[in-house]
Design a protein around this ligand. Structure first.
Ligand SMILES: Nc1ncnc2c1ncn2[C@@H]1O[C@H](COP(=O)(O)OP(=O)(O)OP(=O)(O)O)[C@@H](O)[C@H]1O
Ligand SMILES: [Mg+2]
Length: 257
């Protein structure tokens, strides 16, 4: 039976979709059967991030409204045999879709998969509740910036009203140079302030797009996937290469970019 994990943040644009998609890719590469489910009705984009937008025939709303079976709405990723995308509908964002309807669809496919990763819209309104109601675990994605932390805090307090097995934190777009220079809080400090255990740190990296090899984000996503699968807590050290003499040169180079 699949583990159902929702990705929330409160604030928009902090990397929920990016983290869910890259984690899904890493889990699938490790042999896990993964569904990436987009519940961001209206601003849905997981199909685009995964590069399968041209392959979508049915979406989750078609499955909910009985035009297809849930399995027919799953699109297999062309480069990753274990990764399936359940796209969401963007034609009518005003249409009311209940949390129970989404849950029924996800439950109907849960037996055939190991993970269902649920990409949640920004905010803590109806779309948030629709996504969280289907999940058993939550990953809160935040950047180190104050506005993102404040919204993450709000999201975490709303998540407390759900009976979730776990609520954990992924800090995205971490900048090692800024951590070392004390311009942003360190991941541990953020985890302490939000009173939420740290599951992963992803650096800011131009090579963050799905499946790209070699970037520091790829290493961080692999560590995150290991933590999710094995229950370990190996955290990517974003500040690692910015310490010491050579680190101070890297820091000033990065600042002058
Ligand atoms: N670690 C990273 N390093 C560099 N760029 C990143 C990183 N993570 C995400 N981005 C970029 O930030 C932008 C927002 O990311 P994304 O769409 O995943 O956020 P989101 O939280 O899902 O947004 P929304 O709330 O609109 O759904 C994208 O352009 C993405 O490529
Ligand atoms: Mg998104």
């Amino acid at each position: 039976m699949a583990r159902k994990i929702v990705f929330t943040s409160g604030k928009g644009g902090v990397g929920k979709t990016t983290v869910a998609a890259n984690l899904g890719m890493c889990l699938a590469a490790a042999g896990e059967r993964v569904v990436l489910a987009d519940t961001d009705f209206g601003l849905n984009n997981i199909d685009v991030v995964c590069g399968v937008e041209g392959l979508i025939h049915y979406d989750i709303v078609d499955a909910i409204e009985g035009r297809c079976r849930a399995r027919q709405a799953l699109v297999r990723h062309p480069q990753s045999a274990n990764l399936y995308i359940l796209a969401s509908n963007h034609t009518d964002p005003e249409k009311y879709i209940s949390p129970q309807a989404v849950r029924l669809i996800l439950d109907s496919i849960a037996r055939s998969f190991d993970y269902i990763l649920i990409d949640c819209p920004a905010g803590i309104e109806a779309g948030f509740h629709r996504a969280v109601a289907s999940a058993e675990e939550a990953i809160v994605v935040t950047t180190p910036h104050v506005s993102s932390l404040r919204d993450a805090d709000k999201a975490i307090s709303v998540l407390k009203s759900y009976r979730l097995k776990s609520v954990e934190l992924v800090i995205n777009m971490a900048r090692g140079d800024m951590i070392v220079d004390g311009e942003v809080l360190s991941p541990r400090e953020i985890s302490d302030i939000l009173k939420t255990p740290l599951l992963g740190v992803i650096p800011q990296d131009d090579g963050v797009f799905l499946g790209e090899r070699g970037g520091s984000a790829q290493k961080a996503f692999r560590l995150l996937a290991g933590n999710v699968m094995q229950g370990t807590r190996r955290i990517y050290n974003a500040a690692g290469k910015y310490g010491g003499f050579f680190g101070s040169i890297r820091r000033s180079l990065k600042k002058n970019l």
